[in-house]
Ligand binder design. Sequence first.
Ligand code: ADP
Ligand code: MG
Length: 215
Amino acid sequence: MSVLDVAWAERWMHVAATDVRAARDELTELDRRIGDGDHGVNLDRGLSAVVGRLDDPAQPVRETVGQVLRLAATTMMSTVGGAAGPLYGTAFLRASKVTDRAELGPTGVVALVEAALEGIVARGRATVGEKTMVDAWQPAAEAAERAEGAEHVVDVLRAAAAAASAGSASTVPLVATKGRASYLAERSAGTEDPGARSSAIILAAAVAAAEGSGG
Ligand code: ADP
Ligand code: MG
């Protein structure tokens, strides 16, 4: 596929909800070790609410990718809770502002990932290496930028998702200096950051939705 459309954005949210549901216990266990154990439940609740609203015939039909992402943003802000709700909410809200079109090519996908990262940084003021979701989104944005010249738009997403997964894995040895895990100081080392892990899952869902293999 050379462009990603509104149906892709809606599939992305459906696949993300399914995949986060499948990973809920894993995310909860990571957050139990270095936080308060609610990340999987928080995100599952939020993405289920997003899908509920997308599937609600009373909702207006979405005509741009940005409209799908704005619905996801406002729903996650009000339903996810914790630190992750405002962080993901701001990420999707910023992303919605640069995607107010019916279709995205490679440049549009790069802008989406960059805007999401900017939203997370604007909200949480974390930098790479602090053991947060920035450790997934920053390498994802950089990989997307490097892949911008790709022939197929899905290759931009694949690059971003692979970098997010590697970035999340890179948080295992880190000591957290932001968020609840920072209360543990040195004891936060040895566990993957739950928000970085969920970010990698959400970006992998974007790939699956583009390949039409999700759901
Ligand atoms: P809470 O910490 O309030 O229980 P969650 O468990 O839902 O919220 O989310 C925790 C995740 O939020 C962390 O794993 C981390 O990735 C992310 N996070 C926390 N603080 C920040 C921050 N300042 N910047 C970026 N991400 C953060
Ligand atoms: Mg938590």
